[in-house]
Design a binder for this molecule. Structure first.
Ligand code: SR1
Ligand code: MG
Length: 420
């Protein structure tokens, strides 16, 4: 009998005992220390370290309620699926995901590689650090994981089996609500709108029926387009980086969905990084982010087409013109989901520190207005946004438009604070 035969939520001292009892990672007499280092909205993440040698591993456990809200409950099964997907990703995208050492289905806990020589990308970007290999490596990760799990190159029966295996209704519902409903229709009253932009958000999001229609289409694409096994939450808090390497983790939202959802998460989160850099006048950093946005879109398209040509695609997918048409559809989805991510992180329940850490009220209001304007533009014009340059221009045009509006408001009304 072991106290770990029945599920309970571990504390730091329990994790040390667990690791001693259940894994051979450390020598039996090692002096171990443990610290909870989780930064996400859902799970508990512990670093266990041998204090003498510095060797360490990560223990990740799912709680019954979420960290972000005790009212939100989810099955702890999600961690089993995540461990399974990390192993699948390790096969198709070797070196781009952490290694999973073990999964314990009773404790809903995985033991995995500690990416100690890496930083969480969001925090590194908030310090205006740049990562020269990021665009290349993240596009390799996306092309490898998305193309290889799609009907384009898979046996269609095997692919359907994976669709069933990776059904993820609870986590998908979070996205359907938080990303694809609430930013334009706060039907559960959970949005967090920054008070100075309340009137702006009301007019631009809640009262714009044309926008609602397009977000509804994107929601139903997300619900119905079982295209690839997507990561499902590929923001910069799900990525570790250093100057050489990129590592993607936390695929608990994975399911068969539209490829563009992953790519759009990456592009939108680079835009949040730009917003932080622009606010603090980090010009070289912003120039790198701009270049990276262009490269992410264009490298994805180039590598996707090249890998498609190298593989043995479906016989009908080889029809002349099909690949260009298909890549265009992915980019349309990418633009749409870039837009929904920009909106949901601005007014939704789960926001991003790149923006929420901006203390100056007027500066934060400016950024929120930019992201709402850009988000709408990506959604409404998504069929015309096909190249990296067009992605960047759509964003920068929204910046210019907002700055122009703020300037003219200021001239008309010089004493009023420029929030709305
Ligand atoms: C209730 S979970 C809120 C958000 O955190 C996750 O990382 C996903 O992005 C989700 O939408
Ligand atoms: Mg996460």
């Amino acid at each position: 009998m072991s106290r770990f035969d029945t599920y309970f939520l571990l504390k730091e001292e329990d994790v040390i005992q667990y690791v001693r009892e259940k894994s051979h990672f450390f020598p039996p007499d090692a002096k171990l220390a443990c610290k909870e280092i989780g930064d996400g909205n859902l799970n508990y993440v512990y670093r266990v370290e041998d204090v003498e040698t510095g060797r360490s591993l990560i223990a990740k456990q799912a709680g019954v309620t979420l960290r972000i809200s005790k009212e939100m409950k989810l099955s702890t099964e999600r961690n089993r699926k995540e461990a399974q997907i990390l192993r699948l990703h390790a096969e198709v995208a070797p070196g781009l995901v952490p290694e999973v050492f073990a999964y314990d289905k009773t404790m809903c806990l995985s033991l995995m590689e500690d990416m100690r020589d890496f930083e969480l990308m969001r925090y590194a970007l908030m310090q205006h650090k740049t990562f020269p290999n990021f665009a290349d490596q993240i596009t390799t990760f996306m092309v490898n994981t998305l193309l290889s799990t799609s009907d384009l190159v898979m046996d269609h029966q095997e692919k359907k089996a994976l669709v069933v295996e990776y059904m993820n209704p609870e986590l998908c519902e979070i996205t359907e609500d938080l990303v694809l409903t609430e930013p334009v229709n706060d039907n559960k009253g959970r949005n967090k709108v920054f008070p100075p932009i309340r009137a702006f958000a009301d007019r631009e999001l809640y009262q714009d029926n044309a926008l609602h229609l397009e977000v509804a289409k994107l929601k139903f694409t997300f619900l119905n387009k079982a295209e690839s096994l997507i990561h499902g939450d590929l923001h910069t808090g799900s990525i570790f980086v250093n100057k050489e390497k990129t590592v993607v983790f936390d695929p608990e939202f994975a399911f068969y969905g539209p490829m563009g959802y992953d790519i759009g998460n990456v592009t939108a989160n680079l835009m949040f990084a730009w917003c932080n850099g622009n606010t603090y006048k980090a010009e070289a950093f912003c120039a790198w982010v701009e270049k990276t946005i262009v490269e992410v879109v264009d490298m994805f398209t180039q590598k996707f087409k090249a890998r498609f040509a190298e593989s043995k695609p479906d016989v009908m997918a080889r029809t002349e013109g099909f690949l260009d048409w298909y890549a265009g559809e992915i980019l349309t989805d990418t633009a749409g989901y870039t837009g929904t991510e920009l909106l949901r992180r601005t007014v939704g329940m789960a926001q991003n520190k790149d923006v929420t850490s901006i203390d100056d009220e007027a500066a934060r209001a400016r950024i929120d207005r930019i992201n709402i304007t850009a988000g709408k533009s990506f959604i409404m014009n998504r069929e015309q946004i096909r190249t990296g340059r067009q992605f960047l221009d759509t964003f920068l045009e929204a910046v210019s438009r907002q700055d122009e509006e703020l300037r003219s408001n200021r001239e008309e009304n010089p004493v009023k604070r420029q929030g709305v």
